[in-house]
Design a protein around this ligand. Structure first.
Ligand code: PLP
Length: 482
């Protein structure tokens, strides 16, 4: 493909994308392909000779689209949202064109510099304490990770490194191998599965803290566990608190947990993967109170801030802590550059697991400028209002119950009675392919999660989704065994 053809095909692709998104609700939101469907649709070997672009693009509808779950359909209510907006998509296109790597400042200076400033912009939107903002006299700063899972892993590794140093400082004879088995990390029993994974990769024990009636971790229970573990000779060193848990969007009480962590010299990481975006609205910001006690904080603009995957923003109170994880790793000649010791530049490869890194801050720059803070706040508020609308529909129907407080864009609900009834309802919903939801388990109950996801979801879609759910419910309850 030469430049002339790229110009033509690029314009066609923009049209295809615009049409796809404009007409997305006409497609069944949930794919009905069977496992292995694709193998029979394409050759078993890569082509030896180049093919025509026409043949490739024709296969998008034949091969690709049947297996797509349409996350940006206004009838998609599963998981949590994955963000999408036109400005972010355009920025991604430019990122692909520049196509460089930002592992060190010198490898593409703007990639590092824009990221530092965008994380400061975003940190200020969230009213983060000054020590997290790079452009101040503090020791902290922000970085874009690929995912919240990577951010959590980095925080576990940084905390582990710091804890080992602290233990060795007071017990000089102790080896890392002796200390590691005694280190204990904590998280909520409601935390995302990626948190436990971080402890497995980090080679540290992790204990799950039971939650209260609102599925949130409180100081009392956490403190009790710490006392027990310390009495058993263990060394508590890390807590991952969650703001906006995956099952029910519960909020751990970080104003209680933070002071405990600070007193015990433990690292507190806050995972606000979904809910973090909402803290740009003053009415939701109080839920972030207590962040001043945290050593690191992370959320995903790629979930709820109109920035396409991947873009997971993480701030640390002290950048030396995170850089410290890799301080003993080799620095090859080809990565050295004249500014690295100047104290004026950041080499982001030392803040993350992978070596390579994309120019992801370009998406934030486009999105912030094209929406403005007000536009982003309007998006959050609209989605929360839609969740409240759905909640009222559920509450008005005596056959159903709401299973957790609706604070943001997630409604947890179920049919009263046996779990089997709600399980059957979900089965029928999934088979219908008209709307898409996933379940969770809360207090032993099988619960449906209705998350407002697509940017274009409106009241009419919520009303239609509810009509569909009640119609299926009516049919189920007509069946003889119910
Ligand atoms: N933490 C929470 C609270 C989540 O809800 C999720 C995903 O939904 C994650 C972490 C994982 O996010 P990522 O896919 O960016 O690793």
């Amino acid at each position: 493909m030469d430049a002339a053809e790229f110009r033509r095909r690029g314009k066609e692709m923009v049209d295809y994308v615009a049409n796809y998104l404009a007409n997305i609700e006409q497609r069944p939101v949930y794919s009905d392909v069977k496992p292995g469907y694709l193998r029979s649709l394409i050759p078993t070997e890569a082509p030896l000779e180049p093919e025509n672009y026409e043949d490739v693009i024709k296969d998008v509808e034949r091969v690709i689209m049947p297996g797509v779950t349409h996350w940006h359909s206004p009838y998609f209510y599963a998981y949590f949202p994955t963000a999408s907006s036109y400005p972010a998509m355009l920025a991604d296109m430019l990122c692909g064109a520049i196509g460089g790597m930002g592992f060190t400042w010198a490898s593409s200076p703007v990639c590092t510099e824009l990221e530092i400033v965008m994380l400061d912009w975003l940190g200020k939107m969230l009213k983060l304490p000054e020590h997290f903002i790079a452009g101040t006299h503090g020791q902290g700063g922000g970085v874009i990770q690929g995912t919240a899972s990577e951010a959590t892993l980095m925080s576990v590794l940084a905390a582990r490194c710091k804890a080992i140093q602290q233990v060795q400082a007071s017990n000089p004879g102790q080896s890392e191998a002796e200390i590691l088995p005694k280190l204990v990390a904590y998280t909520s029993e409601q935390a995302h599965c990626s948190v436990e994974r971080a402890s497995l990769i980090g080679g540290v024990m992790m204990r799950k803290v039971p939650t209260d009636d609102n599925y949130a971790v409180r100081g009392g229970m956490f403190k009790k566990m710490l006392e027990e573990d310390k009495a058993a000779g263990l060394i508590p060193f890390y807590l991952c608190a969650t703001l906006g848990t995956t099952p029910s969007c519960g909020f751990d009480h970080i104003t209680e947990l933070g002071p405990i962590c600070n007193k015990e010299n433990m690292w507190m990481h806050i995972d606000a993967a979904y809910a973090g975006s909402a803290f740009i609205c003053p009415e939701f910001r109080p839920l972030l109170n207590g962040v001043e006690f945290a050593d690191s904080f992370n959320f995903n603009p790629h979930k709820w801030l109109l920035t396409n995957f991947d873009c997971s923003t993480m701030w640390v109170k002290n950048r030396d802590d995170i850089i410290g994880v890799f301080k003993n790793s080799d620095q090859p000649f080809y990565l050295k550059h004249e500014h690295q010791e100047s104290g004026l530049v950041t080499d982001y490869r030392n803040w993350q697991i992978p070596h390579g890194r994309r120019f992801r801050s370009l998406k934030l720059w486009f999105v912030f400028r094209m929406y403005g803070i007000q536009g982003l706040q309007a998006h959050i508020r609209k989605q929360v209002a839609l969740a409240k609308e759905f909640e009222s529909l559920v509450r008005a129907d005596k056959r159903f119950e709401i299973c957790a407080e609706v604070i943001m864009g997630l409604v947890c609900f179920r049919l009263k009675g046996s779990n089997q009834l709600t399980e059957l309802l979900l089965k029928r919903i999934t088979e219908s392919r008209e709307i898409h939801l996933v379940p969770c388990q809360l207090s032993g109950c099988f619960v449906l999660r209705f998350a407002i996801c697509a940017r274009t979801t409106d009241s009419k879609h919520i009303q239609q989704a509810w009509r569909h759910i009640t119609q299926l419910t009516f049919e189920i309850l007509q069946e003889p065994n119910h």
